[in-house]
Ligand binder design. Structure first.
Ligand SMILES: *[C@@H]1O[C@H](CO)[C@@H](O)[C@H](O)[C@H]1NC(C)=O
Ligand SMILES: *[C@@H]1O[C@H](CO)[C@@H](O)[C@H](O)[C@H]1NC(C)=O
Ligand SMILES: *[C@@H]1O[C@H](CO)[C@@H](O)[C@H](O)[C@H]1NC(C)=O
Length: 350
């Protein structure tokens, strides 16, 4: 048993990057405020500002304060690392921020230069990592800026994950079990699981056409047979963790995150004892297709037109690009669900 365990650890735990705590900017997620490294000098006015934030929600505001403070300090590592951070025009995460979100309202109170503060908030939103860390005997939930690790892009099938190594006070980037990273291949982590595109957009400023967690709200009574749909597309697992049960290298493999999302979001019925009646099932699938078509038709543009806008405006502002992609991704998702229902109708043979 011991041998198996250590072999498993040996093959699983491949570390590819380690970043020491000293290079990060961290603040405890809850009171009392603990900083590491201790960049906030005793009695510095920024402490009062941080202390006046809402401890339950204002994580990004506190990190933004910390980042700007680090920039102001002579010789601070973040002055150099700042060169790698995206500029204000590249920050798209606040595109969907509603008037009610805390940041814009608090800016006046928190920042001498509101624009620069909003930039820092956006950096905090998109690049912070939340982890439980242990420093000495203290265990705390921390919001942290971790240089280099914050460059990893998102994937729903990431090849890496973060791990806090307590003994050396380091964040490690580890390779996910069962994954290999070839030379030149991008390293990715999963930023957020179980969230629709609007949440990804709000938090990180991007969306995905293959988000396995996107959803469509259907009205009406049409339902398709869940087990049959799943078996047609070889989807297995429980509703909360569906996955495509084929290790396929083919690029034209139809089942991607959008089809998994379809399985999750389509109105379904399930009863192993009652055989499905193909004609009724086809009718239901057609009706659901019709509803997707209707949602699609309500957009002012088609997917092709969105793509044309993206292609035509080469120097588009990043915010415009992100906004159009967000709309496009929604439509691609709906299109994929329509196609999946088409394939489904073809494959109900019995
Ligand atoms: C921080 O704010 C809390 C109230 O929110 C207050 O009780 C505490 O004394 C403040 N701490 C410092 C050091 O100012
Ligand atoms: C993340 O994605 C962006 C945009 O596609 C790309 O420019 C960048 O190189 C990627 N970062 C890494 C670390 O691969
Ligand atoms: C479903 O996946 C399993 C496991 O990869 C495979 O053996 C099987 O042939 C697949 N079924 C279909 C219908 O593709």
């Amino acid at each position: 048993m011991l041998i198996i365990l250590s072999l498993a650890l040996y093959t699983i735990m491949q570390m590819i990057m380690e970043i020491p705590l000293e290079l990060m900017l961290t603040i405890s997620k809850r009171l009392p405020w603990m900083f590491f490294p201790d960049v906030v000098p005793l009695g510095h006015p920024i402490f009062d500002i941080i202390n006046s934030t809402n401890s339950q929600i204002d994580w990004d505001l506190r990190l933004a304060c910390l980042l700007l403070l680090a920039f102001d300090q002579e010789g601070n590592f973040w002055q150099l690392y700042g060169d790698f951070l995206p500029s204000a025009d590249e920050c798209t995460s606040l595109l969907l921020a509603s008037e009610h979100s805390a940041a814009p309202l608090k800016v006046k109170r928190l920042a001498r230069d509101p624009e620069r503060f909003m930039w820092a908030v956006s950096i905090a939103q998109t690049r912070s990592i939340n982890l439980q860390i242990r420093v000495g005997s203290l265990v705390q939930d921390a919001n942290m800026f971790v240089p280099y690790a914050d460059m990893l892009n998102h994937s729903f099938q990431p090849n890496c994950f973060y791990h806090w190594r307590f003994k050396d006070r380091m964040l490690e980037v580890m390779i996910n079990p069962g994954k290999r990273i070839k030379r030149g291949e991008e390293m990715t982590v999963n930023y957020m699981s179980g969230q629709q595109n609007n949440m990804l957009m709000q938090r990180y400023g991007f969306s995905s056409a293959v988000n396995p967690w996107d959803a469509i709200s259907f009205s009406g009574d049409s339902k398709i047979h869940l087990d049959t749909f799943l078996s047609v597309f070889n989807i297995t697992g429980l509703r909360e963790e569906y996955y495509h049960n084929i290790q396929s290298e083919k690029e034209d493999d139809f089942v991607d995150g959008a089809v998994i999302a379809a399985a999750r979001t389509l109105p379904t019925w399930s009863d192993e004892d009652v055989p499905i009646i193909p004609s009724l099932e086809r009718k239901a699938a057609k009706e659901l297709q019709g509803r997707c078509q209707k949602i699609l038709s309500e957009y002012p543009t088609t997917s092709e037109q969105d793509q044309q806008i993206l292609d035509a405006t080469l120097d588009a502002r990043r915010t415009l690009e992100a906004a159009i992609k967000y709309r496009l991704h929604r439509k691609l998702f709906l299109g994929k669900v329509i196609d999946a229902l088409e394939i489904y109708q073809d494959k109900i043979l019995f």
